[in-house]
Design a protein around this ligand. Structure first.
Ligand code: HEC
Ligand code: HEC
Length: 472
């Protein structure tokens, strides 16, 4: 028993430790729909298997460095990790919690001193400051480009294995995925995994997730013996049963009261199939695309509110939903869209790219380059490496990027800087945002879009969109 509690302390954050305490110290279960406080209210997860068993393989140390999946996928943080909670974990453990490991938790795996607290503070600064994990990938065989040089602020300058810095994606709401990982590398023929298609989903998704669990254990947890097929199945079944969303907003109250359908329970029955709402005509039933992607909050929800303050917050969330569904965006120079369609300007909305109903990821696999990895960027990316690539076919073409993204899977020049549009639920619990954590807040996300697409958003529109995203 003592052993298990020590393990609980080291493997999970403060919040889960609190849960254990609440449940009289002896519980190894998280009650279903447990309330996790986050900066804007309460986050909840529904598990189709009933309670969340904190002793299952997802929570076990299955490798050699003490990490479990939960080291980086925390129930309190919408099954990702918020940078704030990682920083708190550092302070609580003096940087000794298993998330702080040099294989991929530190800024680089060499040129560091982890023998002192001060040394560790420096070595893990990207993890505590931005919640970033170092993803090291080999240059794909037969890539259309070569690496001219790498300027990595932390000395990881290798040009055959590139170090990139990425946020853990939530290991929840996985039923809606159209591709696994930011760059889709666990759903790609190049890696021996399966693209997720209408015809083969969910078999392809389940096998990709099983492969992903194996890779994660070998990589992040430095396993010397691979997961058994049974452990893989248990992890996948567990993850697939999770539905997570913001349930209570600190200003607007319960997000599923009076006819609104926020919170995790409505996600459980949310219809989805690959291509359910695709702007480029990939719906398998030829159903037309609609930009009205989110329908969680209805006018009735606002009118019926009890107090003025609550009514005002609800009205703001509702306006934000409407802006998401209708505010025009001139989509320009987006790799994967403008080049794919041959249109220099695509009149769109947020939902052109975040099109899956009430979930917000792209309903077909669509790696897009909106410029988050660009060296010259409305966001501060000065903490990231500069990787310079040269096209083999035309050596006059050179590009510098902080992360080649999908191109490190396909080897294609055209795929440089492309990433998937992620699921937009449980956002409040898992700042910062984008694959590289460059937006510290949802406000910064909106400021990025405002500049990048010259949207001319008013302060009120930004505030409404932030209120809406926070309530997801
Ligand atoms: C050291 C931190 C860390 C650990 C430990 C870890 N992950 Fe992750 N996980 C990440 C990061 C970072 C990403 C995104 C990387 C990328 O896309 O390049 C990710 C992505 C994922 C995704 C993809 C979700 C999506 O939307 O595509 C799943 C699923 C996942 N992890 C499950 C697991 C499981 C299961 C385990 C345990 C076997 C695990 N992870 C262990 C950091 C971690
Ligand atoms: C042209 C396509 C496109 C449009 C338009 C678009 N997005 Fe995105 N969005 C993406 C992609 C791709 C990513 C992931 C980018 C990355 O991290 O490299 C993303 C990421 C995000 C994230 C971060 C999620 C996370 O987990 O970190 C948020 C929030 C978001 N978008 C909200 C919006 C809102 C709100 C709008 C409308 C104002 C919008 N997006 C318009 C493509 C788009």
């Amino acid at each position: 028993m003592l052993k298990r509690r020590v393990w609980l302390l080291s493997a999970l954050t403060i919040s889960v430790v609190t849960v254990a305490a609440v449940a009289n110290g002896a519980s190894s279960f998280l009650p279903n729909l447990f309330s996790f406080p986050d900066p804007n209210g309460v986050l909840k997860t529904y598990s189709s298997t009933g309670t969340i068993d904190l002793t299952g393989p997802f929570f076990q140390s299955l490798g050699t460095n003490g990490r479990s999946c939960a080291s980086c996928h925390q129930p309190s943080d919408a099954w990702s990790v918020s940078a704030a909670h990682v920083a708190a974990r550092f302070e609580q453990t003096n940087g000794l919690d298993p998330i702080f490991r040099t294989n991929d938790g530190s800024n680089c795996d060499h040129n560091i001193d982890t023998t002192t607290v001060a040394g560790r503070r420096q070595a893990y600064s990207l993890l505590t400051g931005r919640g970033l994990i170092r993803v090291a990938l080999d240059l794909p065989a037969r890539a259309e480009f070569e690496v001219v040089g790498v300027r990595n602020p932390y000395a990881c300058n290798d040009t055959s294995t590139l170090s990139m810095y990425r946020r853990p994606l939530p290991s929840t709401n996985l039923r809606f995925l159209s591709t696994v990982m930011w760059d889709g590398r666990e759903s790609s023929t190049q890696t021996g995994t399966q693209p997720i298609t209408f015809a083969t989903d969910p078999g392809d998704l389940l096998s990709d997730l099983a492969h992903q669990a194996l890779d994660a254990t070998n990589g992040h947890a430095q396993a010397t013996t691979p997961l058994t097929p049974q452990q893989q199945q248990q992890i996948v079944a567990f993850e697939m049963g999770l539905s997570t969303a913001q349930a209570v907003d600190s200003s607007a109250g319960s997000l599923n009261s009076l006819g609104a359908s926020g919170g995790p329970m409505t996600l459980v029955n949310q219809p989805f199939y690959i291509g359910i709402n695709d702007p480029l005509g990939q719906n398998p039933y030829n159903t037309a695309f609609t930009p009205v992607v989110f329908t969680l909050f209805t006018p009735a929800w606002v009118n019926a509110s009890a107090t003025d303050a609550i009514a005002a917050s609800r009205a703001s969330i509702l306006r934000g939903q409407k802006l998401f569904n209708s505010k025009p965006i001139d989509i320009k120079s987006v790799g994967g869209l403008n080049d794919a369609t041959g249109l220099s300007v695509i009149p769109g909305t947020c939902g052109t790219c975040h099109d899956a109903f009430n979930v917000g990821n792209h309903s077909v696999s669509a790696p897009l380059n909106i410029g988050i990895a660009d060296v010259v960027n409305p966001l501060d990316v000065s903490y990231l490496p500069v990787i310079t690539l040269r096209q083999k076919a035309d050596p006059t073409k050179e590009v510098s990027t902080t992360d080649p993204g999908r191109a490190m899977v396909t080897g294609k020049w055209a795929d440089i800087g492309k990433f998937k549009g992620p699921i937009l639920r449980g956002l409040a619990a898992r700042a910062p945002y984008f694959h590289n954590g460059a937006a510290a807040s949802l406000k910064e996300v909106l400021e990025f879009y405002d500049v990048r697409f010259d949207m001319k958003l008013t302060d009120q529109e930004k505030a409404d969109l932030v209120a809406f995203l926070t309530a997801l």
